[in-house]
Write a protein that binds this ligand. Structure first.
Ligand code: PLP
Length: 364
């Protein structure tokens, strides 16, 4: 069986270094907000090209904290793509804001920049673009709208560590960005982890306090904060793995290029990307009409697949008030997408087998 993602193999090349790092922390007796966290934040901000990075507990917290730091709530509206992982939406509604759903561009799966302006009202405070599947959103139009209507841009960069738009990396394309280091992400730790990047010093200082009980000085609380910290062990793991991120992304890109060139089955729609060198291929998503049939066939042929994602946020029970919304592009995408195996440890043989199996698929 070709695994969708072999996490053990992904971490194997780093194992000796990780074990030494964990041992050092165990011996030091210092487990939170120490030198590994500081070092990782410095390295990750310079990787992203931003002035600041703040380690937090996970990607959802990163987005949540940014919205909280801006003080948005009370029915303020935040524009977000309708086809995203639920976390992007939860971060908005958990702050008492209203997510305003915008359909994606079916060519890129990212928010359609041309459908944003008609959704802007007097209550709109921010746009929250999601760099879905590893591809940066086309930001130019968003920058223009943010300027024109005085909106913040909060990037959800949880699937796109290292991706570029023009000459900047994601995380440096808006006012602040949220990253996740969930084990399966392009940069993943050995549990939960996340980060916020920004160039805004005042925002950074507020976020830093908010994530630590609203406190900069122990036992002095200036905000009603939360507890959301990146622990020393995860920070050390991320520091080690960050050095391999560009090479890992290059490997993903090589596989994606091979898939795009060699998958010729007319029943399968392969992804189209605007600028291939800028994409980091968190997942390789194809579209097919009878998804269940296709996935069963692949499973029987020894290729494991996943769906990102089977149910769009507006069709979830958790958002029952939206269930009757009509978002046809989002719904079609959620009905047809299938993710093929892609990772830095997928072998050339496995990559070729995936293509052969996909090309041999017929509707029976
Ligand atoms: C993974 C992910 C998140 C949330 O990250 P966690 O660390 O799991 O909280 C947010 N947004 C998107 C698009 C994601 O893929």
């Amino acid at each position: 069986m070709i695994k969708f993602l072999d996490l053990h193999a992904v971490n194997k090349p780093y194992q000796a270094e990780i074990e030494a790092g964990i041992k050092e922390i165990l011996d030091s007796g210092w487990y939170l907000l120490g030198k590994h966290n500081e070092e990782f934040c410095t390295n990750f901000s310079s990787y992203c090209g931003t002035k600041y990075a703040l380690g937090v507990a996970n990607g959802l917290d990163a987005l949540n904290l940014i919205i909280k730091a801006y003080g948005f709530g009370g029915g303020d509206e935040i524009i977000v793509p309708a086809n995203t992982y639920i976390a992007s939406i939860l971060a908005i509604s958990q702050n008492g804001c209203t997510p305003v759903l915008v359909e994606p561009d079916p060519a890129t799966y990212n928010i359609n920049p041309n459908l944003i302006e008609e959704k802007i009202t007097a209550k709109t405070k921010a746009i929250l673009p999601v760099h879905l599947y590893g591809q940066a959103v086309e930001m130019q139009k968003l920058w223009e709208l943010a300027e024109k209507y005085n909106l913040k841009i909060i990037e959800d960069a949880a699937q796109a560590h290292g991706a570029y738009y023009q000459d900047k990396r994601v995380g440096n394309l808006g006012d602040a960005a949220g990253f996740s280091f969930y084990p399966g992400k392009n940069l993943g730790c050995l549990g939960d982890g996340g980060a916020i990047t920004t160039n805004d010093e005042a925002l950074y200082l507020k976020l830093k306090a908010l994530a630590n009980y609203g406190s900069n000085v122990k036992y002095v609380n200036i905000y009603q904060g939360v507890n959301s910290r990146l622990d020393e062990i995860q920070a050390a793991v991320l520091n080690i793995k960050l050095k391999g991120l560009d090479a890992d992304n290059a490997k993903r890109r090589k596989i994606a290029t091979y898939y795009q060139k060699n998958i010729t089955n007319p029943l399968i729609v392969t992804p189209c990307c605007m600028i291939p060198e800028t994409h980091v291929w968190h997942v390789f998503v194809v579209r097919v009409k009878n998804r269940k049939n296709f996935m069963d066939y692949l499973e029987k042929s020894g290729v494991q697949t996943l769906v990102h994602y089977p149910i769009p946020p507006h069709k979830q029970q958790a958002y029952a008030e939206w269930n009757s919304l009509n978002l046809p592009i989002t719904e079609q995408i959620h009905n047809e997408v299938v993710s093929l195996p892609i990772s830095p440890v997928l072998s050339d043989d496995e990559m070729r087998t995936v293509v052969e199996v996909v090309n041999a698929y017929k509707v029976t």
